[in-house]
Design a protein around this ligand. Sequence first.
Ligand code: ITT
Length: 198
Amino acid sequence: MADKLKIVLGTSNPHKVFEINEIAKDYNVEFILPDCNNFDPDENGLTFEENAEIKAKEASRVSKNGNYFMADDSGLCVDYLKGGPGIHSARYDTTPEKRIEKLLDALKDDNKRTAHFVCALCLCDKEGKVLHREKGIVEGKIAYSKKGSNGFGYDPVFLVENGNRTMAELTEKEKNTLSHRGRALKSMLEWLKVNFKI
Ligand code: ITT
C-alpha cells in the first residue's frame, strides 16, 4: 500500500485532531499538527467558510512540514440567539464550562431552544491555493442542563436531532457518524479518494 497522504491540520484544538483522525481511519490519510511554535491565526472572517480558509492558508504559510493543509472552523448556532454564538463559539466565554453556563442562562426563560452545529472545512496546497471545501450541519436543541461526558465543547448541552441524548452521551462512533464534522469530513474524504487516491 502507498504511504499515507499527510495533511497538516491548521488547528490548536486537540479534540478536532483526535476526532478527524478517528473519522478518517479507514482511509489512507493522516492528519498531523503544524510544525510551528504557536498556531494562532487571526480568525477575522465573517463566516465559518472564511475562517476555515484563513486557518488553512495560515497553516500552509507557517508550517514547515507538509504539502497539503486543511482547517476546520466550527461552532454552535442557536436560533434564539440569532445564530450565535456561531463563529464566536470558542470565544463566547473564557472556559468551556463558563460558555455552557452562559448559554443556558441566555435561554433560561424557556426560550426557543432549536440550534445546529456547523463545520466548514477548507483544503489548500503549499502555495495557499484552495483545492476544495466542504460543510456539514447537524440539527438539534439545547438541553436544560448538562448530560454526558464524551466529546468536547458544547456537546453536554446539545440534544441531537429529535433524540433525547446529548452529543456528549453518544459514543465516539455515534457522534462521528452524524456530527457536523463527521458529515463534512466524510465528503472531504470521498473527494480526496477520487483526487488523491487515498
Ligand atoms: P482552532 O480554531 O484552533 O481549530 P477552536 O476550538 O478555536 O480551534 P473554532 O474557532 O472552530 O475552533 O471554534 C470551534 C468551537 O465551537 C469549539 O471551541 C467549541 O466550543 C465549538 N464546537 C465545535 N465543534 C464542536 C463539537 O463537535 N462539539 C462541541 N462543541 C463544538
